[in-house]
Every structure is written in structure tokens, then in C-alpha cells.
Design a protein around this ligand. Structure first.
Ligand code: ADP
Ligand code: ZN
Length: 435
């Protein structure tokens, strides 16, 4: 039986959601215009006033917001309420440059927790579950985000945070955790340490996992599900919009439902800024229309995805977004060819390699090169030199046919690549150091 946390919204008719979005957008535009000088000036430069925005149909008249805007106004310049009304600050993990800060009022935290509670419910969580949160707690939104959702459901929350993997295993066993929340790369590391302890999925009690904060492929999903004995659900979000819970996967595992009553999505052509029709791939743009402290309109996420409004068998009417294939910033341009790390991950995992890999891009004498370094499993490691060479070639061929350019392959001993407890670093672009 499908369960929802807020069925009146999650399964509402499209017109109801649209009307709610319009009403909230009009209100958000007014609040922003009146309370944030930075946005007021931006709107004035674009020649729009709050009176021009009457419904979601007018959304594309508003100027975009960029990460740079958050940096230029760091730390408090975009707050729409006085600091005394802000009860919490979070900061992005700074994967790509200087950190940015987001503020939350009490009501913002409440809404955020609702969004995460919807995600947890979709994964089958209720008050009988023990929710093991191994996202980092702190300025990063992962830990406290998932925690807030679990609290809403009355589940038993275990705020382990990330790291100390040996201890995570003990807790998983002893506390009987049923739901695991962490990054997908950390989930695989937990599985690895579990096995190193001579244990298997049958020695723990997990039934579902909610994994996000970084791109991951369906091949990786299968590995996690198999090794930890659970059903793996994707969750998407970013600090600028609220944190995890902007969108969440249901049991169908065919995309993430966007919490549209709080976040309006658009997909645009990143070059021209033109809004693309449903089904076309482009940059995801979000407007957070209910946040009080840190409302943000038409934020350019740089994440690449597709949205679909097709009916979902789970009964939710909220629009779905595909797994983001990565950010425009992660996209590597090697000898003029666009390469997403997630494409490489798909090839590696479908050929049976573990998700312990690194992509090294370099430039020598104006010639770009790409090297894929991947660990091999223990049984393969004992292969003959000849066997290993053949394997490397086979992988090089597979990469070449997928990417359209040659990539060198380097097979590494098990355990060589540093394990991540949060967001995994997959790419080392040495060309950046040369610029
Ligand atoms: P930072 O920008 O420093 O990494 P955040 O923690 O706010 O800080 O990260 C948000 C970003 O993480 C998103 O814009 C997206 O690129 C990535 N992300 C989050 N969840 C997912 C997911 N489920 N799949 C792919 N990427 C994700
Ligand atoms: Zn669904």
C-alpha cells in the first residue's frame, strides 16, 4: 500500500497545485522586492515590478539568480527577514568554490522537515522505524535535514553523522537501524567495511536507504541494494533552495517528485536561458516560493536534468525530475567532447568494477588526456598480468565507444582510492591548475 505524508498536496489535482504556486509566487515576489534591496535593483534593471507577476505563467519575466549573487552578498545580504527571526544558518559544502550561506526561520525549518518527511514516507518509513543518519551534521544540510524529517514521523532517529565507519557498523547491528540516510558513495563504503568485518546484509536490519547529495547511477543503486539488502531511494536538494528534500523518489524509482507546492521548477537551455518544453534535457532552475528567511527566485542550479509530468503509478501528481546527470560544472570538455563523470561510472559498474574510481584529466603540449583509474576487486587482483592487461583493454574499448574519445585506463589495487564519507571527489582536473 502506498502511503503519503501529506496526501492532500502529494496527490492534488494539477490545477490545485498550479493555483497554489501562483498565489505563493505572487506573495514571494512582493516580499523579495520589498525586503531585499539586491533583488529589487535586479528586478528594476530587468524592468519588472511585482505587479507584472500575476501567476506562474509570468515566472519567465523575472531575472535569474546565480550562485555568484550569493557570494556577492555573503553572508546576510539576501535575507528577507531581520537576523533575529533567523533561527538557523547552513552553508553549502563548498564543492565548487567559496561557501554560501542560507538562513531559516522557524517556519522554514518546519517546511523543510515536511519535505524530508514526504521523502522518508515514500521510502516506507514510519514511527516504527529506526532512522540511521550518516549524512554529516553541521553546516552541511544533509544531517539535520534528514533528522528533521525523521522527527516529524516520530521515527527513532540515530544521529550518527558521517565517519568512524567501524562504529557505524556496530550501531547498525546493535540499534537495529532500518533506514539508512547518507551519500551513495558512503553507503558503498559502509557495505565494504561490513564485509571486511566478515558480516553480510543478513547481519543488519536495513530495509530502505535514502541517498543523495551527489550524482549516482542506477548501476550504483543496484550495487548498494545488493550489498546492504535494502531498497535505495534517491533524494535531491541544494542549500540555496532549502537542502535535501527539494525532490524525492517514490517506490517506482523512475525519477524524483518535486515538492512543487514549495519549489517551482523550470528547465532551461543553459546557453540561451530559454525555457524548454517538458521532456527536453536542460539546466534545472528552482524558485523557492514559501521560504521566509531566504526566498530565492529562478535559481540556476547548474544541475542537468529532465522533467516529466506523466502519471506516476504511486499516485503522486507532483512533477518528476530525472536523476541529475551532474552539474554543468562537473561536465568535462576533453578535446572538445563533453564527458559527464556519471557516464564513465555507468560503464565501469556495468562491467563489474567497484564504484571506487577517479578520473584524471590533464593537458600536455595542448593535448588533453583523460585517465580513468579504477580499483579492481580482490579476486581479479590475483589475475595474471596478461589477464589484467586484457581487462584494461576491454575497459578502454568500452569507454571509447561510449565517450567517442580515447581514455587511458589504470587498474589499481583494492583499497588504493581514498573512501569518502560525504560527497565523493571523482574528478581531478589538472588543467585547472595550469590556467
Ligand atoms: P555544494 O554545492 O557545496 O555541493 P550542496 O550540499 O548544497 O553544496 O549540494 C547541492 C548539489 O548536490 C546539487 O546542486 C547537486 O549538484 C548535488 N546533488 C544533490 N542531490 C543529488 C542527487 N540526488 N543526485 C545528483 N546530484 C545531487
Ligand atoms: Zn511516484
Amino acid at each position: 500500500m502506498t502511503r503519503y505524508y501529506q496526501p492532500e498536496i502529494e496527490t492534488a489535482p494539477r490545477e490545485t497545485i498550479r493555483a497554489l504556486q501562483s498565489e505563493r509566487l505572487v506573495d514571494a515576489v512582493r516580499r523579495i522586492y520589498n525586503n531585499v534591496p539586491f533583488y529589487r535593483e535586479k528586478m528594476q534593471r530587468a524592468g519588472v515590478t511585482p505587479d507584472d507577476i500575476r501567476s506562474v505563467d509570468d515566472l519567465d519575466r523575472l531575472p535569474f539568480s546565480y550562485k555568484q549573487d550569493l557570494r556577492d552578498t555573503y553572508p546576510y545580504g539576501l535575507l528577507a527577514v531581520p537576523l533575529r527571526d533567523v533561527v538557523r544558518l547552513h552553508a553549502s559544502s563548498g564543492t565548487t568554490g567559496k561557501q554560501i550561506v542560507a538562513g531559516y526561520t522557524r517556519r522554514d525549518l518546519d517546511i523543510w522537515a515536511d519535505c524530508c518527511a514526504r521523502a522518508l514516507t515514500a521510502a516506507g518509513c514510519d514511527e516504527n522505524d529506526v532512522v540511521h543518519v550518516s549524512y554529516g551534521y553541521g553546516l552541511f544540510t544533509g544531517g539535520l535535514g534528514a533528522d528533521g524529517g525523521a522527527m516529524k514521523l516520530g521515527a527513532t532517529t540515530v544521529p550518527v553523522s558521517s565517519g568512524n565507519t567501524q562504529r557505524q557498523i556496530t550501531i547498525l547491528q546493535d540499534f537495529g537501524s532500518t533506514i539508512l540516510c547518507c551519500t551513495p558513495s558512503y553507503a558503498l563504503h559502509i557495505a565494504e567495511v561490513l564485509h571486511q568485518n566478515g558480516l553480510t546484509k543478513d547481519d543488519i536490519h536495513l530495509k530502505a536507504g535514502i541517498f543523495g547529495a551527489e550524482p549516482w547511477t542506477n548501476e550504483m543503486r543496484r550495487q548498494i541494494e545488493e550489498q546492504l539488502g535494502l531498497k535505495a531511494f534517491d533524494i535531491y536538494g541544494l542549500t540555496e533552495i532549502i537542502g535535501p528534500g527539494v525532490a524525492f523518489e517514490c517506490g517506482e524509482q523512475t525519477g524524483m517528485h518535486i515538492n512543487e507546492d514549495h519549489f517551482i521548477v523550470e528547465v532551461i537551455d543553459p546557453e540561451t536561458g530559454r525555457v524548454l518544453p517538458e521532456g527536453e534535457q536542460g539546466e534545472l532552475v528552482f524558485s523557492a516560493i514559501t521560504k521566509e528567511a531566504f526566498p530565492i527566485l529562478r535559481y540556476r542550479t547548474r544541475d542537468i536534468g529532465v522533467i516529466s509530468r506523466g502519471k506516476c503509478a504511486c499516485g503522486r501528481t507532483l512533477v518528476k525530475m530525472s536523476k541529475p546527470r551532474g552539474r554543468t560544472d562537473d561536465m568535462l570538455i576533453v578535446r572538445g567532447v563533453n564527458v559527464f563523470p556519471s557516464q564513465i561510472e555507468s560503464v565501469l559498474l556495468s562491467l563489474g568494477y567497484p564504484a571506487n574510481y577517479r578520473i584524471v584529466v590533464d593537458r600536455k603540449a595542448n593535448n588533453d588526456s583523460i585517465e580513468v583509474q579504477v580499483e579492481i576487486s580482490n579476486d581479479v587482483f590475483s589475475d595474471t598480468v596478461r589477464g589484467l592487461t586484457d581487462r584494461g583493454r576491454q575497459l578502454e574499448d568500452a569507454l571509447k565507444s561510449l565517450l567517442g574519445i580515447a581514455a587511458r585506463v589504470k587498474l589499481l589495487e583494492p583499497g588504493t582510492i581514498e573512501r569518502s564519507t560525504g560527497k565523493a571527489v571523482r574528478v581531478i582536473d589538472k588543467r585547472k591548475l595550469l590556467d
